[in-house]
Design a protein around this ligand. Structure first.
Ligand code: NIG
Ligand code: FE
Length: 440
């Protein structure tokens, strides 16, 4: 299986060895190739370049020979090249598929009733205190079968895939009991075999305090540590460990204990921090070498200093800040201090019921004042880093997984975030195969 895309108006985020992440001033440069081509063989990006002006060369190119002729790197004895599907992308651009490093997209039902409460003036924390919020989703998840959860999540995955997402992190956290957390994580595992979207699973045992543990948070944290973590690890159900470290949820001490325990089982931290207050979450994340700390609405100079020099990716979730009407994280300050920034959807029923990364890209520019180049890095390579995937995803580089999308005809790269309400993604290719639209 091979695909050759020709006449690409602009090939975005194209270049070999872009490094694991892009930080600070470097984020404002986006490597692109105008009038380009891209050759995909099996599930990998094999070659790319500028369209030749010469007719004959173009013929060679469209017969699918250029990648190996020019490179001379076809493996010995690997035979003749596979049949090539040619896609003429005249007027269209090709991007690496979005890497959405923070979602909760396995959940049962929806929570638009709370949305009405929110419109009437209740805060996220007030709704949570009344037994709504995460506890509401936990009750629904408890009543749903694994099959139902799989079907609902698959529909969401199909939707985000058609909008350009190629890799996604999915958290547990609506279980709040040993059985239901395992149920959620098994659903996530099942989804991996049912979708072409790459899935990274994260264990979020400490997402909210269930009603049965009211007034006894320590006992719940003990249960997360002594019961949940060993079972999750024994079944190999999660790559990362998360805690909702924030005011009204879990403290720095709780977080410290849980991360410590998770790391002993090989789960690297990736945590919710500083969404509702200056929670100390960023510091405890950095202390345990978290791969990312996420939300960060409450980030001051101390937190920025703490992140500088660490390997932790500050990850911003514009959908949640928008939907809950919160203040926006100080992204400009972070980038100007030299930090990298990733942006993710936070797709969940309570604070961001959308996984549309095109919208996130627009929010990055409109609300966080990122220029389009910075925003594109945030939703591609830096998002891949925040899932531990940047060796294989997040840019158009030879040897990386062929996860790309072709836009509809657009005039400029900037048009992507600018036209914020329209779907600009026309064709999605994941693992070297066209997955959307699907012709039957
Ligand atoms: O990332 N902040 C914590 N967790 C989710 C919200 C989950 C929910 O409300 O269902 C978030 O915003
Ligand atoms: Fe979240």
């Amino acid at each position: 299986m091979a695909i050759l895309i020709t006449n690409i108006k602009e090939l975005i985020q194209a270049g070999d060895n872009p490094g694991p992440k892009i930080a600070g001033a470097a984020m404002s440069t986006l490597p692109t190739i105008r009038n380009g081509w891209l050759y995909i063989e099996n599930d990998r990006i094999r070659d790319y370049g500028e369209m030749p002006a010469d007719e004959m060369e173009l013929k060679n190119l469209t017969s699918g020979y250029i990648g190996f002729k020019s490179e001379g790197n076809r493996a010995e004895g690997s035979g003749s090249p596979p049949p090539v599907t040619i896609i003429n992308a005249a007027g269209k651009m090709v991007f690496p598929a979005f890497c959405d490093s923070h979602t909760h997209l396995v959940y049962a039902g929806s929570r638009e009733i709370e949305y009405i409460d929110k419109i009437r003036g209740l805060s996220y924390e007030e709704i949570a205190r009344r037994g709504g919020g995460i506890l509401n989703s936990a009750a629904r998840l408890h009543d749903a079968s694994e099959e139902e959860l799989v079907m609902q999540a698959l529909a969401r995955l199909r939707e985000i895939m058609m909008l350009g997402t190629g890799a996604v992190e999915i958290k547990s956290g609506y279980g709040l009991s040993v059985e239901d957390e395992l149920k959620m994580l098994r659903v996530i595992k099942k989804l991996k075999s049912l979708t072409p979207v790459t899935i990274v699973p994260t264990f979020l045992g400490a997402h909210a305090l269930p009603a049965g543990f009211k007034g006894n948070r320590k006992a719940f944290v003990d249960m997360v540590i002594s019961e949940m973590i060993p079972l999750v690890a024994a079944e190999g159900l999660a790559d990362f460990i998360d805690v909702f470290c924030d005011r009204g949820f879990f403290t720095v001490t709780d977080t410290d204990r849980i991360l410590n325990a998770g790391m002993k089982y090989g789960m690297r931290p990736k945590i919710h921090a500083n969404e509702l207050a200056n929670s100390g979450g960023i510091q405890v994340g950095v202390k345990y070498n978290a791969l990312s700390v996420d939300h960060l609405e409450f980030t001051g100079d101390t937190e920025i200093q703490c992140l500088l020099g660490s390997d932790t990716m500050p990850t911003i979730l514009p959908g949640a800040a928008f939907f809950l009407g919160m203040k926006y994280a100080p992204v400009r300050k972070m980038i100007e201090a030299g930090l990298p920034v990733a942006m993710a959807s936070d797709f969940n029923p309570g604070s961001s019921p959308s996984g549309n990364m095109q919208f996130i890209l627009s929010m990055a520019c409109i609300k966080y004042k990122m220029i389009p180049a910075e925003a594109i890095h945030a939703v591609t390579l830096n998002g891949a880093y925040a899932m531990g995937l940047s060796d294989d995803y997040g840019s158009i580089s030879r040897g990386k997984v062929a996860n790309v999308f072709i836009t509809c005809p657009i005039p400029t790269v900037e048009y992507m975030p600018y036209a914020y309400g329209s779907n600009k993604v026309e064709t999605v290719i994941l693992n070297g195969k066209v997955v959307s639209p699907v012709f039957t």
